[in-house]
Ligand binder design. Sequence first.
Ligand code: COI
Length: 355
Amino acid sequence: MSTIASNFKVTKVSESRLTEVDLKNIPFGRVFTDHMFIAHYAEGQWKDMEIKKLENFSLHPSNLALHYGQSIFEGMKASKNEKGNPLLFRPDEHIKRLNRSAERMCMPLFPEDVFVEALTELVKIDKDWIPDHPGSSLYIRPLMFATDEFLGVAPSETFIFVILLLPVGPYYDKPVKLIADPTYVRAVKGGTGEAKTAGNYAASLYPSKVAKENGFDQILWLDGVEKKFVQEVGTMNIFFVFDDRIVTPKADGAILKGITRKSFIELLKDKGFIVEERPVEIQEVMDKGKSGELKEVFGSGTAAVATTITQINYLDQVIKFDPDKAEIAPWLKENIEDMRNGRKKDPYGWVLEVM
Ligand code: COI
């Protein structure tokens, strides 16, 4: 619920930077549109909301988010339909997840209705930035962070919420190799693994660097206690296609509840597949990979969409998959992208058209 009037000021740039950008050739995460939405939280309410030119913040060096990591975000996508209207993918789910992260991190909830209104307006203003060549889209990054100027481990009382827009190409431009390395852990039950909070990503940087030095693209995280059960990849959730069923680790509090994951489960079930959300032992994966019962492995995520996995290493065991034989991940990718850009009818009510 909202305790504020949701009318906000809109100030548009006089000249767009779009003329300097080649929308057919954009690296992920480096190119931003002209405008952002910004709101400030103080004295128990969100206020000073506006859409304005994307610009730098000025922060005090004691900013609490910089020191203690009170920061959360979302990642969602928009595309354009044939009429040129932006289509937002599951904005309701994203703001709900942001608010679940906010609760876990002692941050204020952002009103769902204001979020959808602000995002709709922002995307409308910057709609010429939405790329339309295959595999590309507009990535949407809502971000909330603490702004108290205070050196002490306590929840902030002031916050900024912003929404940034970025035209993007694919996050992974090739199938990926994973290592399940029990040396490091991403999250434990009772920790912050289910929240989309900055610290989870910071904690993954060193192990990921080591994995990359050893020739892998990402880590397949194992549970933090027994180091036995598969969790997720950090940039995506994970699915295993066993002979007659598709299995993904159960969201047990230490795994991010991916919205793409949830959408894929629904698409697969509607297509007639048996989908199981259950604990998955890494040894089961390796054994079934070796016996041939494991046909395909893929990751799911807003940025990653459906990414084929070609190799998993665990201790001294290796299993490999021929990416040309992958069937489920390409099918899911095509379906979700077609739905996202309006080429395929959306029977689920996942897509919100911005007129
Ligand atoms: C997303 O998929 O939106 C994420 O936030 C993951 C990140 C690797 C870009």
